[in-house]
Structures are given as C-alpha cells and as structure tokens.
Design a protein around this ligand. Structure first.
Ligand code: NAP
Ligand code: MG
Length: 416
C-alpha cells in the first residue's frame, strides 16, 4: 500500500504539500471505459495533490454479482453515514449482459437502488466552456434540470377498453369509505390510465430543490399544468408554495435568489429566451423529456454532470453519461480511444468541494475549483477529445486520446 502511494506520487514537484482531508468520500467504482478513466483521474489528478481519503466500494458488475448486489446497498448506507459520495458510471444489466458477465440475476440499476435509499432528487447541469456553444445562442449560463424521480406515468395502471361502458376513479380508504369520480362514459372502445403520487415524495422533491438552489445560489423555477389538472398538478404547486413560505422564503431573500412558479408551457417558452443560470424543477415526465432537450442543446452528454441530493442533505456526484461501452471494446482490442473524462472529473471536483465545505477545508475547496479551471482551460486552448473536436467552434484543435487529455490537465494543475 505504502509502496503504491510512493509510485503514484512520482513526478510531484518537490516541496509540494498534499492537501489533507478529514472525512472520507464514499467512492463507488464502476464499469467499462469509465472505470478505466476513473483510475487515470485518480492517479494523475488526485493522488499527486491530495492525501485522498475514500471508503471504496466496487460497484463494477462483477463485484455486484459476486456480492448479490449487497455492495450497492452498503455503498448507499455509507453515503447516508458520511454524507458525500462520488460514483463512476455502471452497467444496468439487460439480457445481453446476463451472458456477457454470467450473472446470477438481472441486478437492478445501481442508480435506482441508491436513489430509492437516499430518497433523492437528481440535478443535471451542463459544464459550459467557450468554444462548445449551446444550440440556443442566448444560453450563456448553465441550466440545471431537477427531475422528480417518483410516480406519475412511471408507476401507472392502464386499461385498453374494448367497448362502451362507464369508467370511474375509485378510492377505498382503510375504513371502507369510498370516493368515486366518473372519468368518462365510453360509447366505444378506448384507453384508460390511472396514476398517483404521494405528499411525502413531493415534499422531499420540493425540499431537495429549495436546498440545492440555496446551495448553488441560483433561482428556482417550478412549473406544472395546474390550470388543467386542478387537483393533481395543483397539489404539487401548493406543496412547493407552502414549504417555500414556511421554511425557505427568508433564506431565499437572504441569499438574494428567487423562487418562481409558472405554467409548464410558459416555462418552456421562457427557458428558450432565458440566459440560463437557474434551476428548472420538473415533474417526472416533464423532467425526462426536458433534460434530454437541455443536455443535447448544451452540446454533449459527456459534458453533463449529475448530482443526487437527498432531503436530509446527502450528496452523490456522478457523470450523466453511461459506461461508454463502444469505446471500451476498442480499448480491449488495444485500439486508441478518445473518451471524454470531463463529466467524471467534475463529479470528483463536486464531491471534493462539498466535502471541503462540510469539513471546512478551504484548501480542498480551492483544489476542486482549480481542477475544474484546469479542465476548462485545456479545452478552451484547443486541446480536447474527439467528441468535442467534432462540435467545437475553436479553429486549431488538437485531438487527444483518453490518457493524453487527462495528462494535459495534470500539466495545467501543476502550473497553478
Ligand atoms: P453511453 O455510455 O452514455 O454512451 C453512448 C454514446 O455516447 C457513446 O457510444 C459515445 O458515442 C457517446 N458518449 C457518451 N459518453 C461519452 C464520453 N464520455 N466521451 C465520448 N463519447 C461519449 O451509453 P451506452 O453506451 O448506451 O451505455 C453503456 C452502459 O452504460 C449501459 O450498460 C448502460 O446501462 C450504462 N448507463 C449507465 C449510466 C449511469 O451509471 N449513470 C447512465 C446511462 C447508461 P460514440 O460511440 O459515437 O463515440
Ligand atoms: Mg429520457
């Protein structure tokens, strides 16, 4: 262990003191190409500068299978204990993965398991650099999308109705009393859908959004279709407003940020005309659709970060993209890859900064800032991976392979 450290620290400038940490980060390793990048990032950008403390959990699919997925549960519990985690992308098994990895079971998505245990909301934000212009030219600052990740159409019940008849909504309470509402008197065949949400989940979502807005000092927008859905969507609106008035109004005023509610169609129109720099909270379906629109308009999935925030203030940072399987197979064949590590680097910087804030370690916070600055500087100077080279407006571009890109960032970091 000690030997490994010494080797890893080779090349560090003489006299450079490593930054100390107090509480460990929960480190969740992952799969395929992102697992390769994960190791490069630690060796080149973290170990030389920080006395890195992590509690390591191997969420690679082989180890999830070997531990019957217990490792995922353990890593989520560790996150609840320590408060901050950083996660590498992981494979969500499907039929093809069953044979590829000889799996005992089609294990659930680790992100789903962790999200359920942390009761969290996912915030996705683009990393904005000069030279990678968003398609929407007035978007000067990032737009962070917060998606409610429970219920609605994702937990629905549906019926295909064969012919004429009456459709009703029925709720039977525990004491047997019923509430009934006629949905429609069908005169012919049709379709029917029932869906739900809970006050508890909407409350968690609202609190996670308000806390994240305060944390990042950005305005919060929330939108539903309450004029049409006078009970369902209106409940979302009311819960947000009540929590805001009772618990956050004062804090928002102090932080000089705003909470703003509007109709979803109005929000969409305003977002297109806005400069960015705010959080857009969406119901589950709206968030699913709008997050893909926002991320593709900002340029690249490889430049999108993601953080899961629990209502109790627990944070898990990751990249929004997957394990980049196609690149990994090239890597296994010994071919060169040019995989973009920016979102994974920003997952680390986000987690380190949050750890620094919680433990009051200004040097760690400042290192996180420098790591991000160095990464942005490399790209803005025209050194980048292939995915960005294809979309940049910068003229003289040097296309780097996966490892070279990280080494260029290391050089910049050493110059600070
Ligand atoms: P992906 O890993 O997001 O990659 C899809 C394509 O997007 C890549 O083939 C590549 O395009 C491009 N791309 C994504 N990230 C990139 C990066 N960092 N640098 C350069 N190009 C990048 O999705 P996938 O290959 O469809 O899924 C692979 C595995 O990831 C799946 O097993 C899935 O379950 C898992 N997944 C995990 C998470 C997570 O853990 N959060 C999220 C999504 C998916 P080109 O091939 O054209 O270069
Ligand atoms: Mg989607």
């Amino acid at each position: 262990m000690v030997m490994a450290r010494i080797v890893k620290n080779k090349g560090v400038k003489a006299g450079m003191e490593k930054i100390n940490m107090i509480t460990p980060l929960v480190e969740m390793d992952g799969d395929e190409m992102t697992r390769i990048l994960w190791k490069f990032i630690k060796d080149e950008l973290l170990y030389p500068f920080i006395d890195l403390k992590t509690e390591y959990y191997d969420l690679g699919l082989e180890n999830r299978n070997a531990t019957n997925d217990q490792v995922t549960i353990d890593s989520a519990n560790a996150t609840l204990k320590y408060g901050v985690a950083v996660k590498c992308a992981t494979i969500t098994p499907n039929a093809a993965r069953m044979s590829e990895y000889d799996l005992k079971e089609m294990w659930k998505s680790p992100n789903g398991t962790i999200r359920a245990m942390l009761d969290g909301t996912v915030f996705r934000a683009p990393i904005v650099v000069k030279g990678i212009e968003p398609c929407v030219k007035n978007w000067e600052k990032p737009i962070t999308l917060a998606r409610h990740a429970y219920g609605d159409v994702y937990k629905n019940s549906e019926i295909k109705i064969p012919g004429a008849g009456k459709a009703e909504l029925v709720f039977t309470s525990e004491d047997g009393t019923e509430i009934r509402e006629v949905i429609h008197n069908f005169t012919g065949a049709g379709i029917l859908q029932g869906m739900h949400n809970t006050e508890a989940s909407i409350t968690s979502f609202a609190k996670a959004c308000f806390n994240y807005a305060l944390d990042t000092k950005q305005d919060l927008w929330f939108a539903t279709k309450d004029t049409i859905s006078k009970k369902y969507d209106h409940t979302f609106k009311d819960i947000f407003q009540e929590i805001y008035d009772n618990e956050y109004k004062h804090k928002f005023e102090e932080a000089e940020i705003e909470y703003f509610y509007t109709l979803i169609d109005d929000a969409v129109a305003r977002v297109m005309k806005a400069k960015g720099g705010f959080i857009w909270a969406c119901k589950n379906y709206d968030g699913d659709v709008m997050s893909d629109m926002v991320s593709s308009a900002f340029g690249s999935l490889a430049m999108m970060t993601s953080v899961l925030v629990s209502p109790s203030g627990v944070y898990e940072y990751e990249a929004a993209h997957g394990t980049v399987q196609r690149h990994y197979y090239k890597h296994l064949k010994g071919e060169e890859t040019s995989t973009n590590s920016v979102a994974t680097i920003f997952a680390w910087s986000g987690a380190l900064r949050k750890r620094g804030e919680l433990d009051q370690l200004p040097e760690l916070i400042s290192f996180a800032d420098k790591l991000e600055e160095a990464t942005v500087k490399v790209i803005e100077s025209g050194r980048m991976t292939k995915d960005l080279a294809l979309i940049t407006s910068i003229k003289d571009v040097t296309v780097l392979n996966s490892e070279e890109f990280i080494k260029e960032i290391r050089k910049e970091l050493e110059n600070f």
